[in-house]
Design a protein around this ligand. Structure first.
Ligand code: NAP
Ligand code: ZN
Length: 365
């Protein structure tokens, strides 16, 4: 069943197109963002101008760091309450937008810190606007928020239909300021989401045209935006692919491809997209027998062989620059097994499969 209640605006000037909808959401916005992305992207200035014109107040909460924590969400809720905000605008990559989703939910339902992941507590949300400045997560059109709990060092997502933003405003101009490494890692994250739409046991041919088109866009444009970061046409293609990735996982959820990366991020600080990228070939090889027909159709659509796809992936030069330990593998394998996404694998995955993938990363045969 496909469900996506988010009103979508895409392209140059998307904010202006969304204006009439945005100004009806409330009278005082909490703008949730990171240290610099909202300014560097140019999005914050344009949003402030729009709010000023419409006589809407705002308060900026710019303390969201990468891989947002439940504590940051609670700080954001405090700011929202103190400033009497009645709606939320998330500007940035997946981190600020996921934090904004959780802030809107926690504030509307007065939920305690330790209950943030308990979606049964949520019966409503404050209106939320999502303005991505990366092309990667697709969170602007998903029902998920991914947070880290510093008490357990566990990174995990939760999903509720109430978390879908009311408006998603995607303007590729906001991604022109992305640094090459963030461009690379976020692009690979989008690729993961699209591939997982093929792997997931919730896969459905209804969205295959979307998936294939998104993967083709990344295959052709990721190298281009890396060599020519100001190429707006290529940036727009990457943003379209990221959007399709979000629409895909909103339908199919993610799989082991994502669960195995979460501990790499929470323990070693590996960026989310890179964590997906370094296991991408291993996961594809593991899943291939279960989704051979679908993957072969994908390679045919790209006009390449599976080996050429691996060569393309290799040319991106994604590599792990930390040494992962045996202790990490033993401690985190059960966490991966227990994660929500494991319900969506194309066949049952064992602890040994996970250990093997981690050992491959470690360089062990
Ligand atoms: P991010 O963590 O939001 O941002 C990465 C870095 O890029 C930050 O330093 C950020 O700066 C900077 N940045 C963002 N936009 C920029 C711009 N236009 N110009 C210059 N710098 C910019 O990265 P992300 O990959 O988009 O998000 C990753 C998070 O999303 C992870 O926590 C992941 O688990 C989650 N995720 C969520 C979903 C979902 O459906 N909810 C799906 C996939 C991933 P600032 O510090 O200023 O922000
Ligand atoms: Zn992801």
């Amino acid at each position: 069943m496909y469900y996506m209640p988010t009103r979508l605006f895409f392209g140059d000037g998307a904010l202006e197109q969304a204006k009439d909808h945005l100004i009806r959401l409330g009278i005082n916005a909490l703008i949730v963002t990171g240290k610099s992305s909202a300014c560097l992207s140019g999005a914050l200035e344009e949003v402030q101008r729009l709010l000023l014109d419409a006589d809407i107040g705002w308060k900026i909460f710019d303390r969201v760091s990468e891989n947002p924590t439940v504590d940051t969400v609670m700080d954001g809720v405090t700011e929202l309450v103190l400033a009497h905000c009645d709606f939320v605008i998330g500007i940035g990559g997946g981190s600020p937008i996921d934090a904004a989703k959780a802030i809107a939910l926690v504030a509307a339902n007065r939920v305690d810190r330790d209950d943030i992941y308990d979606v049964s507590r949520y019966t409503k949300s404050l209106p939320l606007v999502a303005i991505p400045t990366t092309s990667g997560t697709g969170t602007e059109v998903t029902q998920y928020s991914v947070l880290t709990d510093p008490k357990t060092m566990k990174k995990a997502g939760f999903g509720t239909e109430l978390a879908f933003p009311r408006l998603a405003i995607l303007d590729p101009r906001y991604t022109l300021s992305l640094k090459p490494l963030v461009t690379l890692h976020t692009g690979v994250d989008a690729l993961s989401h699209l591939l997982e739409g093929i792997y997931s046991n919730k896969r459905n041919p209804v969205i295959f045209p979307l998936i294939f088109s998104g993967i083709k866009a990344i295959y052709e444009n990721l190298p281009l935006v890396l060599s020519d970061p100001r190429n707006l046409t290529a940036r727009a293609e990457m943003m379209r692919a990221s959007l399709y990735g979000g629409m895909t996982i909103a339908f199919t959820s993610t799989t082991l491809q994502h669960s195995i990366g979460y501990p790499l991020t929470s323990i070693y600080g590996i960026p989310h997209g890179l964590a997906n990228g370094i296991v991408m070939r291993g996961i594809m090889e593991l899943y291939y027998p279960a989704v051979k027909k679908e993957l072969d159709a994908l390679f045919a659509a790209l006009g390449i062989t599976q080996m050429q796809f691996y060569q393309w992936l290799e040319a991106l030069q994604l590599s792990l620059d930390v040494q992962i330990s045996e202790g990490f593998i033993e401690e985190r394998t059960p966490e991966v097994m227990a994660s929500r996404n494991m319900a969506n694998n194309p066949f049952e995955i064992s602890e040994d499969d996970i250990r093997r993938l981690y050992h491959e990363l470690k360089g062990d045969k």
